[in-house]
Ligand binder design. Sequence first.
Ligand code: PLP
Length: 358
Amino acid sequence: MPRSTVARIDLDALRHNYRLACNRAGSAHAMAVVKADGYGHGITQVALALAEEVPRYAVACLEEALAIREAGLRQPVVMLQGVHAEEDLDVCRQHGFEPVLHGHHQLGWLNPTGGHPDFWLKVNSGMNRLGFLPDELIDVMAALKAKGARSGLQGFMTHFACADDVDSPMTARQTLCFEQATAPWPELLRSVGNSAAHFIPGQPLFDWSRPGVMLYGGSPLLDKTGPQLGLKPVMSLEAPLITTRTVHAGESVGYGANWVADRDTRMGMVAIGYGDGYPRHAGTNTPAAVKGQRIRLIGRVSMDMLAVDLSNAPDAKEGDPVELWGREVGVDEVATCAGTISYELLTGITARVPREYR
Ligand SMILES: *Cc1c(COP(=O)(O)O)cnc(C)c1O
């Protein structure tokens, strides 16, 4: 019998979160970001669950865009990282993928005679990862026109560096920079806004926003959890208790023997570890839940198991499912305990953990 470690995926919660993104986007449309295997939830199932409501998907790369076509979906798919080679443009054209082009080398691959896909231009408004500088845009547009390659250009895109901090002045600076740089072409679309930007009061989202983590119930903001923003958790990560025992005062548990019981403690071992993507940096006191009671991790997370203190759950016994994150324990809380963000935890769940859909 397989162990009952599982990531349960609530597709109704996903749809609820997408609708919340649409509401918060106001007059902008929301392209659903389903990269990194739908943030670990399964790109095929996630894309299909949203198919009736989503007018455009966004992914990072070509393989992910192809997965959406393999699921039988016909919507345009934006490729946020553009293309890596000239021949990829042909694949994009055949399948209706829209790469976001960010460098001169990629513009050189556009082929006006053979036809090229619809595409977007990335504008570097201050993130300084990818994109054309605002000052360059006039020349870039003139060069596209001279080459006869402007057809297919959908619009401009930029990405915020500090939207997770609603008080950061950087987002307003980037917004203004982007607005001014793209003003000469009002006929083209404009896209800004990851999940966080949906929660910044008064933040313009132009024509298309790009919600990602919020669709999965993770908080995009530094100081809020998903549920505090009205988001529903989509993934519940569960694993069974495989043993329970009492460790006596003065005894340690696990690698490094770094947790030592200060009194006799009933503890349990849970069948999940960093080999499943549970973060090894989640230390003692990271919350989990069993039988509706919150419990805490003790000692170090191993590859295949971790230890919990069952003092709060005296009835818990072998075989009981422990929730590592989900409804009782927010993924954002666990992320904070592990010194990271929910994005990394959700995308990090490995292939060893089966996904079950509801
Ligand atoms: C991943 C990504 C998004 C989605 O970001 P979230 O913070 O998950 O909402 C939006 N735009 C771009 C360019 C991205 O790479």
